[in-house]
Design a protein around this ligand. Sequence first.
Ligand code: FAD
Length: 394
Amino acid sequence: MHLAWGPEEEAFRAELVAFIAEYAPPEALVQRDFAGMGEPGEGTEIVPEWARRWQAILFDHGWMIPAYPPELGGRNATPIQTLVFLEELASRGILRSLHFPGYAIVAPSLLEFGNEEQKKLAPAAIRGDTIWCIGMSEPNAGSDLAGLQTRADLRDDHFVVNGQKVWTSYATIAQKCFCYVRTDPDAPKHRGISVLLIDVDTPGIDVRPLRHINGMAGFAEVFFTDVVVPRENLVGALNDGWRITQGSLAHERGGLWVEGVARLEHGVEGLITLARHFGRDGDPVVRREIAQMYSRAASLRALGYKGFTSFAQGSSAPEHSYMKLATSETGKRLYELGMEMQGAYGPVVDDERGYEDGRWIRSFFTSFANTIAGGSSEIQRNIIAQRVLGLPRS
Ligand SMILES: Cc1cc2nc3c(=O)[nH]c(=O)nc-3n(C[C@H](O)[C@H](O)[C@H](O)COP(=O)(O)OP(=O)(O)OC[C@H]3O[C@@H](n4cnc5c(N)ncnc54)[C@H](O)[C@@H]3O)c2cc1C
């Protein structure tokens, strides 16, 4: 059997490849191991200038979100063209953006649930001109998001917000927060939640950076004390915010697995080079583990295409709920193996003695975050057990 794209898809790909050759800056072509975690290293900006310019160029040429119309940074691409696009970028390790909340979560949510004024905020979110953060998690509400307690009391024409968010990525550089708040403390917990658009420089907001284990100050705690937010900043209906949690990423949901699989494939290639470099390529245990990683990545790619076929035909793709769990957990083991092979030199970040200037230790640390962010592995397993396999709640 020979699996290949047709001439139309290949023409689309050729146009993309020509665009990349002409416009992609060298910094975008360095095959990062992990998406969306910013640049490594002390004091490095989380979203450097080159990444902001690159995102704007993609938008201006209709390559930021190809499925969208040109005024939203796209070219009305079909689902198959979108898959080709994601695949081509992923295989080259190119990121569209170093900050995903604006283009991947806020813009689709505003376009689906916002009023006409709020929809006008979408182009700047996709182009990266406005940096957004997402205020969901709180000290006592992470996996159980519906338990959030940050309150917004409606007083005539404005809300007064009090409470605390945590793990808020990009809050240190964001202009706006897409913030989930409790507007009816007496309603059942999923029903009393609303979404407010909050300017991060509003008086009463205190953003305190938190450092990741990989050294980046990528997220923050955000405290709200009597923060006044105009009523027109409410997205959708009052107390109807839960519906909005489901609204993101609709335009590329069928292709999101591509990046995770490409990252694994890239990691397997790195493992082989590493094994050769450290003289471990003859070790039967190492060989078996690398072969397992390789076959897992290949199976996941096949599973991804299978799910995409259902998605492109308008059906649901239960395979895709497994992909996030499988790619993040396999990634964790892959980087752990890379660390084991290097022995005592593994944690050294230094281009003389540390192999690849600390790529493996940074990726190893970051691999833990991928099994937590966007729904932890345990929660993914619960979802698969109940919604895909039809098992009873434990
Ligand atoms: C890199 C990164 C970026 C993030 N960015 C953002 C952001 O921008 N905005 C934002 O709002 N949040 C963000 N988060 C937070 C993320 O959404 C939460 O960490 C995640 O939802 C888990 O919540 P928690 O940390 O409170 O853990 P908890 O919910 O307290 O869970 C603790 C442990 O218990 C397990 N557990 C919980 N409930 C169950 C259950 N029912 N069954 C089995 N096991 C369970 C979990 O799997 C976990 O291992 C980010 C997290 C990371 C790692």
